[in-house]
Design a protein around this ligand. Structure first.
Ligand code: MN
Length: 202
């Protein structure tokens, strides 16, 4: 069964003015659809066909650029649409809050670390909050469509929160003002979803 573009749980204009409808529509129907189609082409008839995306990425030969770029793109955007939500945002609480406080001392300490990772990722890439086995959390960033599931990216663990800092994610509305886009993202985080991912990952 081929991978399919996941449906969004909200309308393209639901994140305005933080993220504009045109950006959301192009991002979902062109970029994410493109990664999905190219991933399916790249795995057809190979050992990866029929496996879960997590399994494919965790066991990836990083020299396989078609699966690396498009499998990463498929997975990363699927996570991204789930961890932002205009309505169901919740509040950071429970075990995840404890893990973040343990590592970053305060919410602002975490926000600073995450924002810095997102702002300083040179060129295209992603900022992540990852969970290591045992429950410790870590902020990091990766280039292009890499993520922490892939071997040897130097940023280990299960990603539970991700921010796309490719220009296609923000340029129509923010142009070169990536830090403003990062700030806006913090108002959209669906903490209920991130906490649920933390509970399954630790
Ligand atoms: Mn993107």
């Amino acid at each position: 069964m081929a991978f399919e573009l996941p449906k969004l749980k909200f309308a393209y204009d639901a994140l305005e003015p933080k993220i504009d409808a045109k950006t959301m529509e192009i991002h979902h129907t062109k970029h994410h659809q493109g990664y999905t189609n190219k991933l399916n082409d790249a795995i057809k008839g190979t050992e990866h066909e029929g496996k879960t995306i997590e399994n494919i990425l965790s066991n990836l030969d990083m020299a396989n650029s078609a699966v690396r770029n498009n499998g990463g793109g498929f997975y990363n955007h699927s996570l991204f649409w789930e961890v932002i939500n205009p309505n169901n945002k919740g509040r950071l609480s429970g075990d995840l809050k404890e893990a973040i406080m343990d590592k970053y001392k305060s919410f602002d300490g975490f926000k600073d670390a995450f924002s810095k990772a997102a702002a300083t990722q040179f060129g295209s890439g992603w900022a992540w909050l990852c969970v290591h086995p045992g429950g410790k959390v870590e902020v990091c960033s990766t280039p292009n469509q890499d993520n922490s599931l892939m071997p040897g990216v130097g940023c280990g663990g299960q990603p539970i929160l991700g921010l796309d800092v490719w220009e296609h994610a923000y340029y129509l509305n923010y142009q070169n003002r990536r830090p403003d886009y990062i700030d806006a993202f913090f108002d959209l985080i669906n903490w209920n979803e991130v906490e649920s991912r933390y509970a399954k990952s630790k």
